[in-house]
Design a protein around this ligand. Structure first.
Ligand SMILES: [Mn+2]
Length: 364
């Protein structure tokens, strides 16, 4: 009974609000299907729009920021073995002077003091750094700032070369002066620079400072015989020259940057250690055997252990500033009689080597 009563009492149920909505949506969908699809497309367009907006910073990165970052990488140029010092930059009167300074090693305060001591005037005098002006000491960046402000020229020291090699490696660039070609390879033989800080200097150096380091040739050849006719042509290089290699172009890069002593018994090869006779001893003896026109005089640095070493045909300017001795300038000027005169000017240094008692300052 009750089952038959259901159809009688069950009137068509009023659709729920949700069913009504669904119906109307269906109705709309069927009636204006095209419009509905258009709306869906619009939504997708909005999504694309949002994606586009989101991609702007990404596009900006690849188009502008990344390339700009890339162009901030200095590109190292080929190493210059021998550069002729320009004749027009030689002092023309007794006023102008050539000021050679060796192995500053980041000792910026002493460097500034020394320039003051010699009363250096950039418009009148010429500053020539004999390599290793960076590394080890308190502020190599400041040293470069002073050097560049005074239009310094330079020759490359082992620390400048190490910096350039590290920089090239870091940025995937070629480096043509890695010293692997010669028989004498001191960088492999235990001349490890525990206190060197080329890595930190690379991080701090500006493009102009990197360019300055990169501009240093291995040898600077002076256009005039500034130590007199009988002393021959004058070359500036960081460590020294091999007496038995007649042309500057044939001098080995590793020798130019690292030489200190020669291997017995014939002293014809550079020693990878400090054993053997000092290269300058053999060099000076050999120059005596040559005619004055064949002779050569070298201005160099690098050998702090020997210290200031002024000989007839070799002028060693490394006077151990980093270790607290002196920073020395060789000042060369015309004497008014067609010749030249030379002065040594030094300033006292503080002890910058943390291994030594009396060490004064922190690192860069
Ligand atoms: Mn050196």
């Amino acid at each position: 009974m009750s089952s038959s009563a259901i159809p009688i009492t069950s009137y068509p149920r009023r659709p729920t609000r949700a069913e009504e909505d669904a119906d109307s949506v269906d109705a709309v969908r069927s009636q204006i299907g095209l419009r509905y699809r258009t709306r869906r497309l619009n939504r997708r367009n909005i999504l694309y729009g949002l994606l586009f907006i989101a991609s702007i910073p990404v596009l900006y990165f690849f188009l502008f920021w990344a390339p700009r970052r890339d162009s901030s990488v200095y590109v190292i140029t080929p190493t210059v073995k021998v550069q002729d010092y320009p004749t027009k930059l030689m002092p023309q009167t007794e006023e102008g002077r050539l000021v050679f300074i060796g192995d500053i090693h980041g000792c910026n305060v002493e460097f500034a003091q020394l320039l003051e001591e010699v009363q250096f005037v950039p418009s009148r005098d010429r500053l020539i750094l004999v390599g290793d002006f960076i590394s080890k000491g308190p502020d190599s960046i400041a040293v470069m700032e002073i050097a560049m402000k005074n239009n310094a020229m330079c020759v490359r020291g082992n620390h400048e070369n190490t910096l350039l090699r590290r920089y090239a490696k870091k940025h995937g660039q070629k480096f043509d002066n890695d010293l692997e070609s010669g028989d004498f390879n001191p960088e492999e033989e235990g001349f490890i620079h525990i206190l060197a800080d080329e890595k930190k200097i690379i991080k701090k150096a500006t493009q102009e400072q990197l360019k300055f380091i990169d501009s240093c040739p291995m040898i600077l050849r002076m256009p005039e015989k500034i130590f007199g006719e009988d002393h021959g042509e004058v070359s500036v290089c960081h460590a020294g020259l091999m007496w038995n290699v007649p042309t500057l172009e044939d001098q080995d890069s590793a020798v130019l940057l690292y030489i200190r002593t020669l291997l017995p018994p014939d002293n014809s090869t550079a020693s990878p250690t400090r054993d053997g006779i000092l290269w300058k001893e053999v060099w000076n003896d050999y120059q005596e055997t040559l005619s004055p026109s064949e002779r050569r005089t070298v201005i160099y640095g690098h050998d702090a252990k020997t210290g200031l070493a002024i000989k007839e045909f070799s002028k060693g300017l490394d006077s151990r500033c980093y270790k607290g001795d002196y920073l020395t300038a060789m000042v060369v000027k015309r004497n008014g009689f067609g010749g030249w005169e030379h002065d040594l000017v030094s300033v006292k240094c503080q002890i910058h080597d943390p291994k030594l008692p009396g060490y004064v300052d922190g690192k860069l």
